[in-house]
Design a protein around this ligand. Structure first.
Ligand code: MN
Length: 257
């Protein structure tokens, strides 16, 4: 489906990929609130969803604390992270994380970026994150660490342009989760529900791994191996719906949609 992505509607802005069902836009707003309620994001962090009908577009909230997002705050972007119709609404500085991952990963339909605190230590020391339990099976394939210093020297740590987004997407590669040194992490999924599930369980897994390391006091850790991870993740991708239904219901009263 060749789309004239260079064609503009006004002032050089990319054209829209088309209207998205209001229920799906509401689900994306709900995802922001779910991630806040689950302690994955706070005043910062964001979740995006690829446009269901236009793979070269994605949807994400305007620059706003995730717990405050409503459907009217959702903007559409091209994969260079230019807004289609910002109408004066500000964009997240780090939206390039999302656009550049969508460019390199046709299978990724949603991305979460957070600074969830239990995860951060694993980007600071040479202790890899591993899958401590079946809900975090997606981590068994390995969790790479993006060190922005390697290509960009001393920075403010933010992925605030396309070049930094490309460098991060290279490190993410075919993984579902990557850490960002001294910053946070990204979680990807084949659906909005799966990406939210993975962001939540990356944070939970980090806590469990901290406890396990402390309890084991140097003993080997019997984490999921690659095969167990693959088998358990296939189940999780269907079971994630149950968690999503719970979390979606819990935030339903926060805003009308
Ligand atoms: Mn960030």
């Amino acid at each position: 489906m060749a789309r004239p992505s260079k064609k503009s509607t006004s002032a050089g802005a990319p054209r829209s990929g088309g209207k998205v069902a209001s229920q799906r836009v509401a689900d994306l707003a709900a995802a922001s609130r779910i991630l806040a309620a689950q302690g994955v994001v706070d005043g910062f962090g964001h979740v995006s969803m690829r446009h269901p009908a236009a793979p070269d577009r994605y949807l994400m909230a305007r620059s706003l604390a995730p717990a405050l997002v409503t459907p009217k705050d959702i903007l559409e972007y091209d994969l260079d992270s230019n807004p289609c119709d910002a109408a004066g609404r500000g964009s997240f500085l780090e939206r390039f994380i999302h656009g550049e991952i969508y460019k390199t990963r046709a299978d990724v339909m949603a991305v979460v970026h957070s600074h969830s605190p239990s995860v951060i230590p694993f980007g600071l020391v040479d202790v890899p994150m591993r899958a401590m339990f079946h809900n975090a099976a997606f981590l068994a394939a390995g969790v790479p660490v993006f060190d922005i210093r390697e290509k960009f020297g001393a920075t403010d740590l933010l992925v605030s342009d396309g070049a930094k987004g490309v460098a991060l997407a290279e490190i993410v590669g075919q993984h579902d989760v990557a850490l960002m040194r001294a910053h946070g992490s990204v979680a990807c999924g084949p659906s909005l529900e799966a990406a939210v599930f993975r962001a939540v369980y990356t944070e939970v897994n980090a806590r469990v791994q901290h406890w396990t390391i402390a309890l084991g006091d140097g003993a080997p850790i019997s984490a999921l191996d690659l095969d167990e991870g693959r088998l358990a993740d296939a189940v999780n991708l269907t079971a994630a719906t149950r968690a999503w239904n719970l979390w979606r219901t819990m935030v339903r009263g926060q805003v009308k949609w």
